[in-house]
Design a protein around this ligand. Structure first.
Ligand SMILES: Nc1nc2c(ncn2[C@@H]2O[C@H](COP(=O)(O)OP(=O)(O)OP(=O)(O)O)[C@@H](O)[C@H]2O)c(=O)[nH]1
Length: 497
């Protein structure tokens, strides 16, 4: 059925891959995962993008994978390469064969239709190869999520953080937390079994509490991460606002036309809304632009503004008008009262139309003053250092410094170092990248706190709290009760992964 010309002399290559994979197979038990008949079947799918190209890879995984190889002797489809991975040394941990052919629509279609005619083979569902890898214990849930994020990564920080997670760094952190809780639990259970003073040394319960308090501090430290993991994964949402005619559309167009910076122009769900995901110095920044929103933002109240779920905002102001309103007695510039209510600590400032002011006025003052009601004597000063930039969106002057400065300011705000930095400057990737991680860590905290409040007489309840804390961490990695998250997670994968 398949080409006799599939190269069969690749044994060295095969052996090499098998050895490499052997080193990275970890056996874990996922006791709660039932294996259905569908999961026992052999699945196949194109694992490379469809279309014309050098190579297309069709992956076949399951008990009958080798049969495919054995039946490659009927009609010629293409010259290619077949790579066989013995179980459990494959990506899926099941017998797997990869068929590498030239990438062309007719070739791929002929190969897939040949596979479909074989008994016991069916097309893979989205993410099903990775699901098999998870069920086989090769990957835990954090690695599966990391892999998904790696494929989806648009910027350098996203790539580097997702790579760490896919490679098991996040899993190691959670495993370590769980091991420490289990260590506490073992001490408390020893007390239940033997009782202090008999075969157990004094102070065991106190020791367990000391360890639990260290653990609590560690978990709380992870929880107070400014949500930077979630932010980097989903993008920092930025909105642009300012008085009419300030240059908001010009800024949006400037950002959109910097080809290197555009990642995805996504039409939003609301009519007229366009979302651009920009790569600002390796950080994904999602900018929403809509005619309607711009109009609203000219007048919107501060509360409505934060309800829009924006993480940061950029206030565009026309420099000539701002300077004209400049109070002669102060060195600060005046922020117009029309935008005053929209300004908060997450607002950055872009003073536009630099080309229209005299050369003597082209230095950014250190601070700005928010214009108050005429009858108010209070004065709000805003430090513009690393928070404001002068540009001309018409001539492009200052725009490079603005993008660089904004990237630096955002990295400082969200505590993100350049992925290339090392040593002391390196800030480790956060272990929380999804709401479910946060939720399980918070519940682990609650159980640990409940344990801390219990006196030694309540040792049985104490053990129970610690057991729940360990289970909460286990839910993050997928050791415990994960069925509910699996379907949601794997459906986001593409077919063939
Ligand atoms: N000289 C000069 N003109 C500019 C600059 N940036 C924008 N403009 C002009 O200012 C006018 C307003 O620019 P827009 O980008 O439409 O401003 P906007 O804030 O979106 O305006 P509204 O949608 O009315 O609120 C246009 O005529 C632009 O060409 C600049 O840096 N220098």
């Amino acid at each position: 059925m398949f080409s006799r010309c599939f190269w069969t002399t690749k044994t060295n290559h095969l052996r090499h891959l098998s050895q490499k994979n052997r080193a990275s197979v970890h056996r874990r038990s996922f006791a709660n995962l039932p294996t259905t008949n569908a999961q026992r079947q052999t699945i196949y799918a194109l694992s490379t993008p469809p279309g014309k190209g050098g190579v297309a890879i069709v992956r076949v995984s399951g008990p009958d994978a080798l049969t495919v190889w054995k039946r490659m002797d009927e009609s010629l489809i293409d010259d290619g390469l077949a790579v066989y991975f013995r179980a459990p040394y494959s990506y899926t941990t099941r017998p797997t064969i990869e068929l590498h052919i030239h990438s062309g629509r007719a070739l791929i279609s002929a190969l897939l239709s040949s596979l479909s005619s074989l008994p016991n083979l069916r097309p893979a569902e989205p993410g099903e190869f990775t699901r098999q890898a998870f069920q086989g214990g090769r990957l835990d849930l954090t690695q599966v999520e990391g892999l998904h994020d790696l494929i989806e990564a648009d910027t350098e920080v996203q790539r580097v953080w997702a790579l760490g997670s896919a490679g098991g760094e996040t899993r190691a952190e959670y495993d370590s937390l769980r091991r420490q809780i289990i260590h506490c639990l073992a001490q408390v259970e020893a007390l239940i079994d033997f009782g202090e003073g008999e075969d157990i040394e004094d102070g065991v319960y106190e020791q367990a509490k000391i360890e639990a308090s260290h653990l609590l501090a560690q978990i709380k430290n992870h929880l107070s991460d400014n949500r930077r993991g979630e932010l980097v994964r989903s993008g920092i949402k930025m909105t642009i606002f300012g008085p009419p005619n300030a240059g908001k559309s010009s800024l949006f167009n400037y950002l959109a036309n910097r080809e290197a910076s555009i990642v995805t122009p996504i039409p939003g769900t609301t009519r007229d809304v366009l979302e651009l995901t920009l790569d600002i110095g390796g950080l994904p920044v999602v900018v929403a632009d809509t005619a309607g929103l711009r109009e609203t933002l000219d007048i919107v109240e501060g509360s409505a503004f934060s309800e829009a779920g924006m993480h940061i905002s950029l206030c565009v102001l026309p420099l000539p008008e701002v300077l004209a309103a400049h109070s002669p007695q102060g060195s600060e510039i005046l922020i117009p009262s029309s935008v005053r209510d929209l300004i908060n600590p997450s607002t950055y400032f872009l003073f536009n139309k630099l080309d229209l002011v005299s050369p003597a006025q082209t230095t950014l003052p250190k601070s700005a003053v928010l214009a108050q009601d005429t009858n108010s004597s209070s004065k709000d000063t805003i430090d513009l250092q690393n928070r404001g930039w002068l540009v001309s969106l018409t001539t492009g002057e200052g725009s490079h410094a603005f993008v660089q400065g904004l990237s630096k300011a955002l990295k400082a705000r969200f505590n993100i170092t350049d992925p290339s930095s090392s040593g002391q400057n390196k800030v480790h990737a956060p272990i929380i990248t999804r709401a479910r991680h946060r939720q399980h860590l918070e519940s682990a905290c609650k159980f640990l706190e409940a344990f801390m409040d219990l006196p030694p007489e309540d040792v049985v309840f104490a053990a129970e709290e610690l057991r729940y804390a360990a289970q909460a961490i286990g839910r993050v990695t997928g050791d415990i009760g994960v069925e509910d998250v699996l379907d949601a997670l794997f459906k986001d994968f593409c077919i063939g992964k």
